[in-house]
Design a protein around this ligand. Structure first.
Ligand SMILES: [Zn+2]
Length: 221
């Protein structure tokens, strides 16, 4: 669903100081009002956020800055405008461990809200599984990656200065949020400019078409 500028400004107001998990839930609820957002798997969420960013703000590359773990040099990851996450293979992950078969559900948005102290609540994916075993946890992570290769996608960047490899995760929430923030800040700036120049209220500026607004802002800046 395409959001209006007023939707985006509203989201920014509500979640600017919120936890990331709440911000993520808020964006999901705005983008798919017909769904129960707590159940959306994190891979689906990431695909949705990237799609929303493309549709809402135009086709721009997916770029991130990463600092080299070896020498501290900054590197950039640029995945290009056409970048999409690989599709989901299955809604569940199967792990056979010490002769017992376990079925895990995929991690979802609500799990983020239940994350405490940075610890993702893996046990919720299959409460009967032996999560105390490191070997099981590793097998579970591999099975989750196989079920949804778009989950926790990590890129290895090689530093051109020192040759070290540094991992870079893809934070789709951060990508989308930065665009929401930029849209809201642009709106506030325009309101401020037109209020000073013509005494217009926020509602009066919001009611102008984007083209009109740009025209008036250009007149006085
Ligand atoms: Zn380096």
């Amino acid at each position: 669903m395409r959001l209006t500028e007023s939707d985006l400004v509203g989201l920014f107001d509500r979640f600017e100081h919120g936890r990331e998990a709440e911000r993520s839930a808020g964006l999901l609820a705005a983008l798919c009002p017909e769904r129960t957002v707590g159940d959306v798997s994190l891979g689906d969420r990431d695909r949705l956020f990237l799609k929303a960013r493309r549709e809402q703000f135009g086709a721009r590359g997916v770029q991130a800055k990463v600092q080299c773990g070896g020498c501290g040099e900054w590197m950039s990851l640029d995945l290009g405008a056409g970048f999409t996450l690989p599709p989901k293979v299955s809604d569940t992950a199967q792990v056979t461990f010490e002769g017992t078969a376990y079925t895990l559900r995929l991690p979802c948005q609500d799990d983020l809200l239940r994350t405490q102290g940075g610890q993702f609540p893996m046990a919720l994916l299959c409460p009967d599984a032996p999560w105390e075993s490191d070997a099981f946890c590793q097998a579970a992570e591999a099975a989750l990656d196989a079920a949804d290769p778009g989950l926790d996608l990590v890129f290895d960047l090689t530093c051109p200065e020192c040759g070290d490899q540094t991992e870079c995760g893809l934070d789709t929430l951060d990508f989308l949020w930065r665009d929401v923030e930029a849209c809201a800040l642009r709106f506030f700036a325009d309101v401020g400019v037109l209020a000073r120049a013509f005494g217009w209220s926020e509602a009066e500026t919001a009611a102008l078409s984007p083209r009109r607004r740009r025209r008036y802002v250009e007149m006085v800046t």
